[in-house]
Design a protein around this ligand. Sequence first.
Ligand code: PGA
Length: 262
Amino acid sequence: MKVLIHNSAELAQQAVADILTARILAHPASVIGLATGGTMEVVYDRLIRAIAREAVPVRDLVTFNLDEYWGLAPAHPASYRSYMNARLFGPAGIPLERTFLPVADAADPAAESDAYELRIREAGGIDLQLLGIGQNGHIGFNEPTSSLASRTRLKTLTQSTRKANQQYFGADEATPEYAITMGIGTILDARECLLLATGSNKAEAVSRMIEGPLGAHCPASALQLHPKATIILDADAASALELREYYQHVHPDGIDRQPTHG
Ligand code: PGA
């Protein structure tokens, strides 16, 4: 794992936007795995600005999102389809027909999950997968005890995830109980993974992901198995890391000085 610790959330978010921008400039036909959540909002703002400023070509991109709530119409304002259209695809001019999320109102979630896996394979696999992390260590909606070999499927959300996401729903509206999510095995198949975590509420999950034992209780710890995983943190999210000084010594100020991954 490459652990890059930035002094502020803004610098960490900018670093992720810069990596995405550089990747798309170098390979405009990339297949990018995308994430949602509060953490990515600023990243997408910065990316949209870079795309406009640097005339980054986006018409040949293909994107696959990690997950989508089950049973929510895509047009619902809290669906991840709505989030992505409003926060990235529309403003960046990414053709919607090249953007994929699990279809959450499909009649058969198992068939939709298999079809999603097939769509990813037919696109040639994911080149770079962007990830956030939940306070419970989830990646995508792979909640604790998800199989480390899991593929795209329907998952029951934990109460803590539902509570964290309640803010995106109306006061009188229940947060969905289920989601279709890429599996951990699906995520590990990406050629490169890039995870961003900011804020002290992520510090414990981050330490379990990077320094804890590999195990389904912290799904993000599966990234320890990935040969090319980069973790970008702000100081608060890095605050519980035992080997923080070592990571800072290897990459002062979060600057990526080494081409290799540990
Ligand atoms: P957040 O979600 O960015 O809203 O904290 C991250 C996640 O649950 O993966």
